[in-house]
Design a protein around this ligand. Structure first.
Ligand code: F6R
Length: 611
């Protein structure tokens, strides 16, 4: 996740900015930089890699100046290099900006500017904004930024400065967070509260669609449309650790609650009038039409996302799809026919088994597309194409938001292939696209609903905390979600938990179901709804205590269950993005009730880079 820090006041800006960026390091980044204005000129220092590299540059020659901006970048457009690091400037270096988020129409804007003669020095979407601000400037930075952002679409936070106004920063918030901090004769600005806590506790959080003109004495705030905004500053009483977790007790819970944003970011700029744009995919329509087999390889949570992908690719595309654990695949002798496409799914892009499995299929002639969260990770180097998941850094070992982002990436791919191959007609493709676009709000409403999914999960979590074994069941896509729900529970609560297709129960596991055994069922797939209900009746008859995940408008499910975790209605195909959320919360609350170290479960590491 990118970090922003800004300063205007009486002290040298660089050290303050660097210190602020250090406070944001926990969010992850791959490059960093600082821009400072002094005596009518801007100087920029930036470097790929850790903040120590930037610090070394600043030690060599610290740019003087009392107004500045800094940034830690988590790459979205272009690899992590010195030139792609922020701040970015216009060609005359009279304007510098830092930016978090994504400019959706950057490609069009860049084309326009190139046709008018502009030369770009980076691959980023951000640099486009620096050019636009310079183009729009006629003596008033606020107005130039207002006009420039009027030409851009997307979700972002942006801070701009110009050598011509050495007392002013202009900030715009369009969905990505920005916080302003007030000191004595100095003003700070950052993308997160932790960056400001060394200097002040008096803060103001900007809201979407607002812009602020910031000086050392305070700020003027208005909407992008120019309507003045008056908001009182407040005192922050969090310590640094609480601030890093955004006020949540654990990163896992914070990351669960970040999912509406993550789903939105994963879709951003990728659906244009129903057409799917995958910016780092280089194949053409002929290749898309030629695919005869899809392989999916991954481990753990990423594999579970792949299980959902298998269902969806086969259902939507009618292409035979095989999902194989990478650690199994690497020691097999897979038969890779021509016209194969392999999806290697990995949050980190560094999992040793996934790299090995993916390389094997690639060496045997399959085209390889990485579905990963980390730009420039090892997997991207081995792959022909990449679909980035845009979940931002995931700190909790138990993966949550990266999983939902992996699902969204696969939906986009399936939608695109379905359109090219004609298995999805225009009306059906439009239906899927509209349902996808509705997901961020649905996840948000699920997490915020009044009857409290979190409360319900906490209540059930306390009940389950004392049990020994828990079973998860479902069919098709619901089974795929059940596997992930079960893994989440076992890895952080240390309870034994097992997921199986609902129809498999009666072939053995039913013997373990006795009075009070918890069974969690996911039942959203209408074509097998009744079949899953039959399995429920079997476990109920043996005294099981059943918790279901079901749609809001499913009135039947209550007859067969003890508790229902409700989710908003969507197309059955897309239900995993919603049905996983209550299961993540349930796992969290069971572990919390058991008093465990939720973000760092025993024996587990975030990235498994050894075999
Ligand atoms: C579980 C979890 C792991 C990872 C697995 C693969 O919460 O995070 O199961 O999913 O180790 O990791 P990546 O996706 O980085 O390849």
């Amino acid at each position: 996740m990118c970090g922003i820090m800004g300063y205007v006041g009486p002290r040298p800006a660089s050290p303050i900015i660097l210190q602020g960026l250090r406070r944001l390091e926990y969010r992850g980044y791959d490059s960093a930089g600082v821009a400072v204005a002094d005596a009518g000129a801007i100087q920029i220092r930036k470097a790929a890699g850790k903040l120590d590299r930037l610090e070394a540059l600043l030690d060599e020659s610290e740019p003087p100046g009392r107004l500045g901006i800094g940034h830690t970048r988590w790459a979205t457009h272009g690899p992590p290099t010195d030139s792609n690091a922020h701040p970015h400037a216009d060609p005359t270096t009279r304007f510098a900006i830092v930016h978090n988020g994504i400019i959706e129409n950057f490609f069009e804007l860049r084309q326009e500017l190139v046709e008018a003669g502009a030369v770009f020095t980076s691959d980023t979407d951000t640099e486009v904004l620096a050019h636009l601000i310079a183009e729009e400037y006629d003596g008033d930075l606020t107005e130039a930024v207002r006009r420039a952002v009027g030409r851009a679409t997307g979700a972002y936070a942006l801070v701009a400065m110009t050598a011509d106004e050495p007392d002013t920063l202009v900030a715009v918030r369009m969905i990505s967070p920005l916080v302003i901090g007030f000191g004595e004769g100095e003003t700070f600005l950052a993308s997160g509260i932790p960056a400001l806590l060394d200097h002040t506790r008096r803060m103001l959080v900007m809201e979407d669609g607002e812009m602020a003109t910031i000086t050392r004495d305070g700020l003027r705030m208005e909407t992008i449309a120019g309507v003045p905004v008056a908001r009182e500053a407040f005192e922050v009483d969090w310590d640094v650790e609480q601030a890093e977790k955004g006020g949540y007790p654990h990163f896992m819970l914070k990351e669960i609650f970040e999912q509406p944003r993550v789903v939105a970011d994963s879709l951003l700029g990728r659906l244009h009038d129903g057409e799917v744009v995958l910016e780092d995919v280089g194949w053409d329509a002929d290749f898309e039409r030629s695919i005869e087999k899809i392989w999916i390889t991954a481990c753990g949570t990423a594999f579970h996302a792949g299980l959902a992908g298998k269902e969806m690719f086969e259902g939507l595309l009618r292409i035979p799809t095989e999902a194989v654990y990478a650690h199994e695949l690497r020691y097999r002798d897979p038969i890779v026919a021509p016209h194969s496409l392999t999806l290697a799914i990995s949050q980190s892009g560094e999992t040793a088994d996934t790299l090995a499995g993916a390389r094997l299929l690639s060496e045997r002639g399959s085209r390889l597309v990485a579905v990963t969260n980390v730009v420039g990770s090892a997997l991207t180097h081995y792959s022909d194409d990449v679909i980035y998941t845009r979940a931002g850094l995931e700190i909790s070992v138990a993966s949550t938001k990266a999983y939902t982002a992996m699902l969204v990436a696969q939906y986009l791919l399936a939608l695109r292939l379905g359109q090219t191959r004609g298995t999805l007609d225009t009306a059906r493709a439009a239906e899927v696209a509209a349902a996808l676009e509705a997901l961020p709000d649905q996840v948000e409403s699920l997490l915020k609903r009044e009857e409290g999914i979190d409360e319900m999960a906490r209540f059930l979590g306390r009940q389950l905390a004392g049990t020994d074994d828990i079973y998860f069941i479902g069919r098709g896509l619901d089974y795929a979600v059940a596997t992930e729900g079960s893994l989440k529970l076992k890895e952080i609560s240390y309870l034994h938990s097992e997921a199986m297709p609902a129809g498999e129960l009666k072939h053995g596991t039913l013997a373990l179901i006795t009075e009070g055994t918890p069974v969690i069922v996911v039942n959203t797939q209408q074509h097998v709804y009744d079949k899953t209900v039959s399995a429920l009746q079997e476990v109920k008859a043996r005294g099981a205590s059943v918790i279901a995940v079901a749609y809001d408008d499913d009135t039947e499910i209550e007859h067969y269950t003890d508790h229902v975790l409700r989710i908003p209605r969507t197309m059955d195909l897309l239900s995993p993005v919603l049905s996983i959320v209550p299961l993540q919360l349930l796992a969290y609350h069971v572990a919390d009730a058991r008093g465990l170290d939720i973000d760092q479960p025993r024996n587990l590491a975030k990235s498994v880079t050894v075999e």
